[in-house]
Write a protein that binds this ligand. Structure first.
Ligand code: GTP
Ligand code: MG
Length: 238
């Protein structure tokens, strides 16, 4: 069907040659093969998400059994679709080959962890980074260094081994760890910047800027309250 469509569209041109048609067909075959390979690749990344999710789940369960609250509010995972991966590769000028795509695009697998307190954000990051089978490829601390628009979050890229029947795949997974306040701000900012694309009206940018300041202040206050209710770390036994 695709070939017939291409031939049909090409036939509307008067200057089309047999060589043009051959070339179009070859390109079509290559692009379909690439898409099939990408779909296969995405399976590995889903396994990577599963591995890191389990690690986070275990840390959460263990923490809950020791302390009287959960360090994690919720965890969300997402796998880039083949379409959006290919679209990003094109946009970034990445060579359309699997090794180049794997090397250049490191947010194919994503996990977002939302915590109540800033201290828990760093705790999760530390615990993950310390695991000997995980390799920390990158840390971006937008909490210590917020983006100019006010965005705050801790981003890690960790590489996790996925054990398959015939070989081991090293899969990078982007882990975004943030507080509820940071997440709330980021979700509103995301909607607004999606709506206004590049041209955010100045008064909205100013509102967002102010909201970011309030979110930071809220995190600081909640942190102080947490310190009040937290039991002393050292028990004094008479
Ligand atoms: P990509 O655009 O994904 O290639 O990211 P990058 O290489 O610039 O990395 P960075 O760690 O800065 O951002 C990765 C992800 O963090 C994004 O895909 C978003 O999910 C999130 N993020 C980064 N900056 C912002 C921001 O200003 N607002 C919101 N809402 N999310 C952001
Ligand atoms: Mg991204």
């Amino acid at each position: 069907l695709e070939r017939r469509l291409v031939a049909h569209m090409a036939s509307a041109r008067t200057d089309v040659t047999a060589a043009d048609l051959d070339e179009a067909e070859a390109l079509l075959t290559r692009s379909r093969a690439l898409r099939d390979e990408v779909v296969k690749l995405l399976k590995y990344y889903q396994f990577g998400i599963d591995e890191v999710s389990t690690k986070i789940h275990i840390l959460r369960q263990e923490f809950e059994s020791i302390h009287d609250y959960s360090p994690i509010e919720h965890v969300r995972t997402r796998l880039k679709s083949a379409e959006s991966l290919l679209e990003k590769s094109l946009r970034r000028g990445v060579a359309l080959e699997i090794p180049a795509i794997r090397a250049e695009i490191r947010d194919i697998a994503g996990i977002r962890v939302t915590c109540s307190f800033v201290s828990d954000v760093y705790w999760i990051a530390q615990m993950l980074s310390a695991q000997p089978d995980l390799r920390l490829l990158q840390t971006k601390d937008y909490i210590a260094h917020p983006k100019p628009n006010g965005y705050r979050s801790l981003h890690l890229i960790v590489e996790v081994p996925v054990f398959l029947s015939q070989h081991v795949e090293q899969v990078p997974v982007e882990v975004q760890i943030r507080t509820i306040a940071m997440d709330f701000w980021a979700s509103v900012e995301h909607k607004l910047s999606y709506k206004y694309r590049s041209a955010m009206p100045a008064h909205l940018a100013a509102e967002l800027d102010d909201a970011a300041r309030v979110a930071t202040e809220l995190d600081a206050r909640m942190g102080r309250l947490r310190d009040e209710v937290r039991p002393p770390t050292v028990e004094i036994v008479p």
